[in-house]
Write a protein that binds this ligand. Structure first.
Ligand SMILES: C[S@@+](CC[C@H](N)C(=O)[O-])C[C@H]1O[C@@H](n2cnc3c(N)ncnc32)[C@H](O)[C@@H]1O
Ligand code: SF4
Length: 449
């Protein structure tokens, strides 16, 4: 089959599989106590460890491509009360779940929104007490998402002095017209300055977030994006597929749906950037990540230790992840948990000294099995099937992809062939029993490609 036809055939809505079951299919809601119990039992083994995600929702302006949980405001008076509530929330966890004090904290990630919405002084008054409350492991790592438009040398110095060793810069695209259309004007010099400052401060790993498929991106503009990236040589790159989010009202956007590259034209943008990055010494990792050989993500990829969680691919696997802050998600071996998504509700629950559980999902035995298989497929490109019944089921469900030579099934192992890489999300859908049992009534997932 011609490549063009393959792209038409498989460009269907598909989850990104940062979790299984995917969030729209969470159904068996845990109580706060169920969630805490699952955290405790996940940390039973002496070798277990946990990670912490802190969500800072605030952004000064709205980038009109953005699908993150944000709160757009210029009111910096919000910084201090929000930080106080994060400290209150970690206290609630430590009081109700003593295992968190017994086991090492392996990683801390500060995400958003915009973590550098907080001033250097407020970053310090949040993070110093927080880190003093927990037991950091010997391999402890701390990372932060920074928006170069809203980051100062002082903030980077503060984060470095607090032990942060990884920094992720939101770049998206270097093209000035694309930037104008997404309401995110960020000159190359600004990104370069933050990259240089981070390097000079000794951050061990610098990541760029880039996106392909943004409005009015062309093969020329994506070539320029890749070349500018190569010039600054971040250790890691996330090259995300643009997910057009319908909840951003057209009136707030400067672009039309027709300006957004689709299907094969979109894939060609990815492939152009990928070829240039591979030529420059980057390795392709999983679906949409790249890293230099020296970076720990490449090493984890090579040694089969790559993991995937809500933030994408990582080399920092832990049994439990606790998410603090409005809308933050956490996970344990048997449960997912999300905090209240509305700021005032989150505040009320914390002020009443309660964990702000909004929803979650208690994983059934089947969920746990398919979660593991999807994870394997997403991280290694292959997966062992359970038994002959599953072999027969996969043969039937994935018959078109097997016939199109995108996948190969040998005995009980399913493997994605190089031609099949763009269709990894489609292959994972075979293991998504919940989606297969009940397809969504409305459009909830972005396109697979
Ligand atoms: C929380 S944001 C980044 C942090 C920081 N606020 C910034 O903008 O620099 C995390 C990343 O998600 C990615 N992202 C957000 N919305 C997206 C969308 N609709 N499609 C694809 N990627 C998206 C962007 O690359 C973004 O940098
Ligand atoms: S891309 Fe970053 S700065 Fe822009 S709206 Fe999203 S979270 Fe905020």
């Amino acid at each position: 089959m011609k490549v063009t036809d393959l792209f038409k055939k498989y460009d269907v809505p598909a989850p990104r599989y940062t979790s299984y079951p995917t969030v729209p299919y969470w159904s068996d809601n845990p109580t706060t106590q169920d969630w805490l119990d699952s955290v405790s039992s996940g940390l039973k083994s002496a070798e277990s460890s946990w990670s912490l995600y802190l969500h800072i929702p605030f952004c000064e302006t709205l980038c009109t491509f953005c699908g993150c949980n944000t709160s757009i405001t210029k009111n910096h008076k919000l910084e201090n009360p929000y930080s106080q509530r994060l400290l209150q929330e970690i206290d609630l966890y430590l009081k109700n779940c003593p295992e968190l004090l017994k086991r090492p904290l392996k990683s801390l990630h500060l995400g958003g929104g915009t973590p550098t919405f907080l001033s250097a002084a407020n970053l310090k008054s949040l993070l110093q007490p927080l880190l003093s409350k927990v037991r950091r492991g010997s391999e402890f790592e701390a990372s932060v998402e920074v928006d170069p438009r809203r980051t100062s040398q002082e903030q980077l110095e503060t984060l470095a002095s607090l032990g942060f060793n990884r920094v992720s810069l939101g770049v998206q695209d270097f093209d000035s017209e694309v930037q104008r259309l997404i309401n995110r004007v960020q000159p190359f010099a600004m990104t370069k300055t933050i990259t240089d400052q981070s390097r000079a401060l000794g951050f061990a790993s610098i990541n760029f977030d880039l996106i392909y498929g943004l409005p009015k991106q062309t093969l020329d503009s994506i070539t320029d994006m890749a070349q500018k990236t190569i010039e600054l040589r971040p250790d890691r790159i996330a090259l995300y597929s643009f997910a057009l989010v319908p909840w951003i009202k057209p009136a707030q956007r400067l672009f039309k749906d027709d300006d957004v590259p689709q299907g094969q034209a979109k894939r060609e943008l990815y492939e152009r950037a990928r070829d240039l990055l591979l030529n420059a010494g980057y390795q392709e990792i999983g679906m949409d990540h790249f890293a230099l050989e020296s970076d720990s993500l490449s090493k984890a990829h090579q040694s089969g230790k790559l993991h995937r969680n809500f933030m994408g691919y990582t080399d920092q696997k832990t049994e439990v992840m606790i998410g603090l802050g409005v809308s933050a998600i956490g996970e344990s071996p048997t449960c997912f948990h999300q905090n209240e998504k509305i700021l005032t509700r989150y505040e009320e629950r914390i002020d009443a000294l309660k964990l702000p559980t909004l929803r979650g999902h208690k994983l059934s035995k089947d969920d746990q099995t398919y979660r593991q298989q999807i994870l394997e497929l997403m991280c290694t490109g292959k997966v062992s099937l359970l038994d002959q019944d599953q072999v027969n089921d996969i043969k039937t469900y994935l018959a078109p992809m097997l016939a199109d030579q995108l996948l190969i099934l040998q005995e009980n192992q399913l493997q994605v062939l190089p031609e099949g890489k763009p269709f990894l999300r489609n292959a994972c859908m075979a293991f998504d029993k919940r989606l297969r049992e009940k397809s969504p009534h409305t459009r909830i997932f972005s396109q697979a490609l």
